[in-house]
Design a protein around this ligand. Structure first.
Ligand SMILES: NC(=O)c1ccc[n+]([C@@H]2O[C@H](COP(=O)([O-])OP(=O)(O)OC[C@H]3O[C@@H](n4cnc5c(N)ncnc54)[C@H](O)[C@@H]3O)[C@@H](O)[C@H]2O)c1
Ligand SMILES: O=C(O)[C@H](O)COP(=O)(O)O
Length: 346
């Protein structure tokens, strides 16, 4: 039996199609990003899988995976989100519908971790100010651009999974940093094996010279870093995020930068993407900005698209796919898969 996957994405990575093509059980159909709900449902109603490979503001709202879309797709068995994040997909709605939601955490961890460390270094060395001044032909007294070094500093990670773990490894090995991690879902021994000391948020905010976000955007993390949290950070802290906009409060960050409490910020992700050109954070001299490109490397894109294709292949072959974000769905999911494909994934 052919297992059909509906793919919607803005940058088709050949690796996804090649990996699917190598599996005779899989067939991919394209859902255009411009499809209205009628066309999308028509295409997806013949699919057991849906790969939503676009980020929150690139994926049209009616193609986000929520209760309304799932109600129209009773045959759907599994959804793959764009990468590690899954904020275009509602895990609870998937569970209620008996649909497994998988991500590709780990596939882009290197690209993102390198980007996060790059932002830390750029902010500490005041690259944004120097870059802007040089480009404007306004080279200034070098002493006005006095930077700081990363070596030996305390790095605080909010979330320490694949990306956070790799950041911990890099900053410890290359810069001798002490790494503190606040991650309610990872125990102290596991964090220690990743090179980090498990702490509560209060301690992390009070002690870190650099705070870097690496948790998913969920109802629990939306607004996690607001006015109170910025105020609780050390004066002169560097704030970095490659996680998702909306985990930190942009207005509160701007105030903290303007007050000089946060020395600089490296921002890859935004409340609205891309942020409007007039966004005040883009015009703040101590902000280093990128456009949700931390994971946009050849290697990371090749990895995550292959991981997604392999996950669909696992299911089509009757096996339970890895990286299920909503594991509580498994019994009902197995039952639905047995009814649809004839074998229950174990
Ligand atoms: N900018 C980019 O291009 C890019 C690329 C990849 C990932 N991301 C973002 O980075 C996030 C992390 O990626 P990853 O591969 O490390 O994912 P991961 O699933 O391996 O790790 C996420 C970690 O966050 C922890 N976490 C969950 N809720 C938390 C909370 N309330 N407080 C603190 N920690 C919490 C989890 O326990 C887990 O250890 C993704 O969810 C995604 O949003 C962005
Ligand atoms: O969560 C992720 O893995 C990345 O943010 C993926 O985002 P992208 O689709 O923009 O690469």
């Amino acid at each position: 039996m052919t297992f059909r996957i509906g793919y919607v994405g803005y940058v088709p990575h050949q690796n996804f199609f090649d990996t699917c093509a190598a599996d005779p059980g899989l067939e991919v159909v394209r859902v255009p990003l411009e499809a209205d709900i009628g066309e999308a449902v028509q295409i997806l109603s013949s699919c057991h899988g849906y790969y939503a490979m676009a980020s929150r503001d690139e994926l049209p709202r009616h193609l986000h995976v929520n209760e309304a879309l799932l109600a129209k797709l009773p045959h759907l068995l599994m959804v793959a989100s764009t990468g590690a994040g899954y904020d275009t997909c509602d895990p609870d709605a998937c569970t209620a519908a008996g649909v497994a939601l998988v991500n590709q955490a780990g596939g882009n961890a290197e690209g993102v971790a390198e980007h996060a460390v790059g932002l830390m270094l750029g902010c500490l060395k005041r690259v944004p100010e120097a870059h802007a001044a040089m480009k404007a032909g306004q080279a200034q007294d070098r002493g006005a651009l006095m930077g700081r070094e990363l070596r030996g500093r305390v790095v605080g990670l909010v979330g320490c999974g694949h990306v956070g773990g790799r950041v911990a490894e890099i900053v410890r090995a290359a810069f001798g940093c002490e790494v503190l991690a606040c991650d309610p879902f990872v125990d102290a021994d596991t964090l220690a094996a990743r090179g980090a000391t498990k702490v509560e948020m209060d301690e992390l905010l009070a002690r870190a010279d650099v705070v870097s976000l690496h948790c998913p955007l969920t109802p629990a993390t939306r607004g996690l870093i607001g006015r109170a949290q910025f105020a609780a950070m050390k004066k002169g802290v560097v704030f970095v995020t490659t996680a998702r906009g909306s985990i930190h409060d942009e207005d509160a960050l701007l105030e903290a930068l303007e007050a000089g409490h946060v020395a600089s910020a490296g921002l890859d992700v935004w409340e609205v993407e891309p942020p409007p050109p007039s966004h005040p954070l883009l015009h703040h001299p101590a902000v280093m900005a990128s456009q949700h490109t931390a994971g946009v490397t050849h290697e990371s894109r090749a990895n995550i698209t292959k991981i997604a294709a392999l996950a669909f292949g696992e299911l089509a072959a009757g096996r339970m796919p890895p990286r299920i974000v909503n594991p509580e769905v498994k019994p009902r999911f197995a039952e639905r898969v047995r009814a649809a494909l004839g074998t229950a994934p174990a």
